[in-house]
Design a protein. Structure first.
Length: 69
């Protein structure tokens, strides 16, 4: 697989847009997943998980969506 931006060998895939990227185009971003657990193991509820340093191509536009309460 080749980098979407420069055709070098890809080393990772952007977590946000799915583009294959080489080491020159790899950045890190904060990824928040809309994952839910109702506490089968811990007795607590998690509405989402946060992954720091997720692979990001640095070119795609990541924008938060705020849910109405």
């Amino acid at each position: 697989m080749y980098c979407y931006y420069c055709d070098k060998d890809a080393r990772a895939v952007c977590r946000f847009c799915g583009a294959a990227v080489c080491s020159d185009h790899t950045k890190a971003g904060r990824f928040v997943s809309g994952w839910a657990s109702h506490g089968e193991l811990s007795g607590t509820r998690a509405d989402y998980v946060v992954v720091n340093n997720a692979i990001w191509c640095g070119h795609c536009s990541v924008q938060p969506v705020y849910a109405a309460h």
